[in-house]
Ligand binder design. Structure first.
Ligand code: HEC
Length: 100
């Protein structure tokens, strides 16, 4: 799994100096979706308002810290240490924006 994700991480590093909302979507699609599309290990599914309703009130920053540091079945940065912090944060923003 980690091996398969590595090339995506390297490609994403190239754009890490100027992270936009579009990058958040790209990071989600390439990395986070592996778990957050189907709910692997209990991951809250993108677009599932009920699943996110319990988490969103914690605040965007708290959710971003969870994604950066890892939480429960989620490894830090979704298991892709090559991602810049700003890329992970943009991906969280994208996921939350799609799920409330
Ligand atoms: C290996 C599977 C996996 C991958 C890959 C993954 N996640 Fe998760 N994620 C989880 C699981 C499982 C949880 C639920 C953790 C818990 O609450 O115990 C979670 C929870 C979260 C939460 C909610 C945290 C909270 O405090 O409630 C956010 C935000 C999140 N993930 C963002 C991301 C982002 C952004 C990425 C991509 C960079 C990502 N995840 C990749 C499995 C994954």
């Amino acid at each position: 799994m980690k091996h398969l994700l590595a090339p995506a991480g390297l490609a994403l590093l190239v754009v890490s100096t100027n992270v936009s909302a579009a990058d958040g979507k790209a990071v989600y699609t390439q990395i986070c979706r592996a778990c957050h599309a189907t709910g692997v290990a209990g991951a809250p599914i993108l677009g599932d308002r009920d699943a996110w309703a319990a988490r969103v009130p914690a605040g965007l920053e708290a959710l971003q810290q969870s994604a950066l540091r890892g939480k429960g079945g989620m490894p830090p940065k979704g298991g892709n240490p090559g991602l810049a912090d700003s890329q992970v944060k943009a991906a969280v923003e994208y996921m939350v924006s799609q799920s409330r």
